[in-house]
Ligand binder design. Sequence first.
Ligand code: GTP
Ligand code: MG
Length: 255
Amino acid sequence: MCGVCGCGEGEVRIEPEHSHEHHQQEAIREDPSERSHLVRVEQDILAKNDALAGHNRAHFRNHRVLALNLVSSPGAGKTTLLVRTLEALLPETTAAVIEGDQETTADADRIRETGAPAVQVNTGKGCHLDAQMIDSAFNRLHFSDGILFIENVGNLVCPAGFDLGEAHKVVIASVTEGEDKPLKYPNMFAASSLMLVSKVDLLPHLDFDVDALIANARRVNPAIAVIQVSAKDATGMDSWLQWLAGARGMMAATA
Ligand SMILES: Nc1nc2c(ncn2[C@@H]2O[C@H](COP(=O)(O)OP(=O)(O)OP(=O)(O)O)[C@@H](O)[C@H]2O)c(=O)[nH]1
Ligand SMILES: [Mg+2]
């Protein structure tokens, strides 16, 4: 994890285990002044990010752009779903993509094959996109009047804390990840407007309880919308496209 995203912020809770009391003593010996300095630095970084995210949000509004921040663990199917989505949207609806990965331009290359403009952001050691990266990437796209999909770095933790100026976070949870993810990584599910349950074509081969996943997501976010999708056999694509049209309509109505 990176040293700027607040990974070390907040209370760290370790379940007590009598045989490991020395671990607790080590934790108590930690220098509290060092820790509070780190927390202050992280708070400054997040405050600066929030200000830039506000700038991005105004920028998107002025360009009539619906910006969506797609977040998930690595390999949940973000790029594959985006490719299918762009194939369905273009050319009637214009769309562009900002791709976030630690390394490679592989995902932006896949997106460009659909005809949609894409900018790859490589975060190096960083584990999330931030508002500054999105500002720079958006300025390169020269994009207006459409949907901007931002594919965040595959990570269910840190991207939850960084507002990019998007209208919505959309969390993608694949059926191979386990039903417990919303409870283990609640911030991401709490911050998202929509959960796409991906790869549902695999369900016949798995011991996976979709209802339990949805119940867990609604425990941390009772208002979260849910759509089950497969990029393989197109299940749920109509509902996803309808959701996108609704979000665009909502944005136009409040402009
Ligand atoms: N069966 C099935 N496989 C899928 C589906 N969507 C994606 N996959 C597979 O899942 C793997 C990862 O897909 P990606 O689209 O690259 O996932 P990603 O979330 O963009 O991955 P990162 O960008 O590396 O985090 C690939 O092997 C895809 O072929 C789906 O709907 N059904
Ligand atoms: Mg990807």
